[in-house]
Write a protein that binds this ligand. Structure first.
Ligand code: SAM
Length: 247
């Protein structure tokens, strides 16, 4: 990207922040100052502008505030884990299930976007984010500071799921999810997402929502297909682990 374009984008963010402030949103001047500091260094800022198509002003303020806990030294990954399609897909979950007073386990929690959104859009008792990648824990902890979120570095195939009310996994395309589902005790609420995106790290992409439904042996309460990028579709299933598939 040309330097001039990048400058334009940062200027746009600052403009947007000022607009938000003048419209009564509680944007902290410190956040604007941080954004200014990131000038010429930040590789993630262009996401911020895109967020306005997905999030309300107050939610953008919240998210960017949280992201500045981490930026600018660790920002490289934000182009991916905080991309517009991930923002859409995690918000999609929050719009379809409340986790108020629940203990939630997020399997393959990555950099913590879903735990962050769960705490922002609901009031969970606890969210535990599990990822096998040891670099994720610290990022999740910084991002969700002072929230009831705990990050664990472990293989999701090693976890005891009996203490949680709701188990979420938005990375079913990355794992043998049918084998993993066997570890979830009966009666637990399960939220799953997968995609039809075929890249080498996706060992288990789904052709379509029907295939995902057929292979997911749970009592399905709701399901859907989301199109948040032109690269792939995202499928979501919310249900209860009971060993059968009622749809
Ligand atoms: C790259 S993200 C994929 C993003 C995903 N589609 C989403 O919406 O969140 C996949 C994450 O799953 C994690 N992961 C893969 N296999 C795992 C396992 N067996 N146990 C724990 N984490 C795992 C990876 O470390 C990575 O952080």
């Amino acid at each position: 990207m040309l330097l001039q374009e990048r400058k334009f984008e940062v200027a746009e963010i600052i403009h947007q922040y000022k607009w938000l402030r003048s419209n009564g949103y509680p944007v902290r001047l410190a956040t604007i100052a941080k954004l200014r500091k990131m000038y010429n260094r930040d590789k993630a800022y262009h996401c911020f502008i895109k967020y306005q198509y997905t999030l309300e002003g107050k939610d953008i303020v919240f998210l960017v505030d949280r992201m500045t806990n981490i930026l600018p030294s660790e920002y490289d990954f934000f182009n991916q884990s905080f991309s517009l399609s991930h923002i859409h897909s995690k918000k999609w979950i929050c719009e379809n299930i409340s986790v108020d007073d629940k203990r939630v386990l997020v399997a393959c929690g990555w950099h913590g976007l879903l735990p962050l959104f769960l705490c922002h859009f609901s009031k969970p008792k606890e969210v535990v984010s599990v990822d096998i990648d040891p670099t994720c824990k610290e990022i999740v902890e910084k991002l969700t500071r002072y929230m009831p979120v705990k990050a664990i570095t472990d293989d999701i195939f090693n976890i005891d799921y009996s203490d949680y009310d709701i188990i979420m996994n938005t990375s079913c395309e990355h794992i043998d999810f049918e084998k993993w589902l066997e570890l979830i005790p009966k009666g637990k609420t399960v939220v799953l997402q997968s995609t039809n995106y075929e890249i080498p790290e996706h060992i288990n992409p789904m052709k379509n929502l029907d295939e995902f439904v057929q292979r997911t042996k749970i009592d399905i309460k709701s399901k859907g297909t989301g199109v948040f990028t032109d690269k792939y579709k995202r499928f979501m299933i919310i249900g209860e682990k009971n060993g059968k598939n009622i749809i």
